[in-house]
Write a protein that binds this ligand. Structure first.
Ligand code: ADP
Ligand code: MG
Length: 269
């Protein structure tokens, strides 16, 4: 047991028990080392206490970032550090970079990412999501087809309102890859209710390989989908790479034999 001018064994034991009660585990873990350092450096009380508290603050911040990252359910971790800004000629690079300040989340503005498969939509979306989680925002990444299936499943046990209320709380909701799926008549209403619940309150990012005009076909209710699109387009930032080329098919790792026409995409007009 360490004894020092800072405390007798029983005081130290009590201190450890209290640190445990208060869940100040980083302080508890660093206590011996900090006491030793303080003695060696003849540190003042304030510097000693400030150093220990900082250790706890940093540990707690790291733990909550980790929690938010896991809550977000990203399918992979991507950042814009690895993004090749020169690859996509039609990309509004300035806008993509500007959005990295994440003001759109504070302003609850939607972001639409429209473009052919492989043009980097998911990469960009995850990058914003990761930045947001690191900066303290709650984020949820959802593949659109899975979101629609999960929304639909809530109809069976009448948990739709609860589910939507839960999704409405995330600071950033990413709905990735809205594309043709087998349509169920309920999809449009379910997605509309979700978008409505977040409208002007929280930011929603939607990516799609289809133009917004075609979303009515995906969701099966053009009139309601038009209202949904209205809400998403209002104050939205639109990143449009619909004429872009696929990084998968034409990027540095693409196989040479791959015919360029594999890149052609339905409805990405
Ligand atoms: P999309 O969602 O538009 O279909 P992805 O974001 O999944 O496209 O991109 C396909 C692959 O190519 C991913 O592995 C992604 O990281 C990579 N990629 C796309 N665009 C770029 C880019 N400009 N720089 C670096 N990697 C990119
Ligand atoms: Mg994608």
């Amino acid at each position: 047991m360490t004894t020092s001018r800072t405390g007798t064994p029983s005081v130290l034991d009590e201190l450890r028990r209290n640190l445990e009660r208060l869940k100040l585990r980083a302080i508890a873990a660093h206590l011996d080392e900090a006491l030793e350092q303080a003695t060696k450096l003849e540190q003042g009380y304030i510097a000693f206490l400030a150093g220990l508290i900082e250790v706890e603050v940093l540990a707690k911040a790291e733990a909550s970032t980790k929690r938010r990252m896991s809550l977000a359910k990203f399918p992979a971790i991507k950042t814009l550090d690895t993004f090749d800004w020169t690859f996509q000629k039609g990309l509004n690079v300035q806008l993509v970079k500007d959005l990295m300040n994440l003001q759109f989340i504070d302003q609850a503005r939607p972001v639409l990412l429209l473009g052919r498969p492989g043009t980097g939509k998911t990469h960009i979306s995850i990058s914003y999501g990761v930045l947001a989680a690191q900066r303290g925002y709650t984020v949820r990444f959802y593949k659109a087809s899975v979101l629609l299936a999960d929304l639909y499943a809530t109809l069976a046990d009448s948990s739709t309102d609860r589910f939507i209320a839960r999704l409405a709380r995330f600071d950033l909701l990413i709905i990735d890859d809205l594309r043709h799926v087998p349509v169920r008549p309920e999809y449009a209403t379910l997605l509309f209710d979700l978008v409505e619940a977040r409208h002007l309150k929280k930011s929603t990012l939607v990516s799609s390989n289809l133009s917004v005009k075609a979303w009515g076909d995906i969701l099966g209710n053009p009139a309601l989908t038009a209202s949904l699109v209205d809400r998403l387009m209002e104050r939205a930032h639109v990143i449009n790479v619909r004429r872009g080329r696929s990084y998968r098919a034409q990027g540095p790792d693409a196989s040479e034999e791959r015919p360029p026409e594999l890149d052609a995409e339905e409805g990405a007009d």
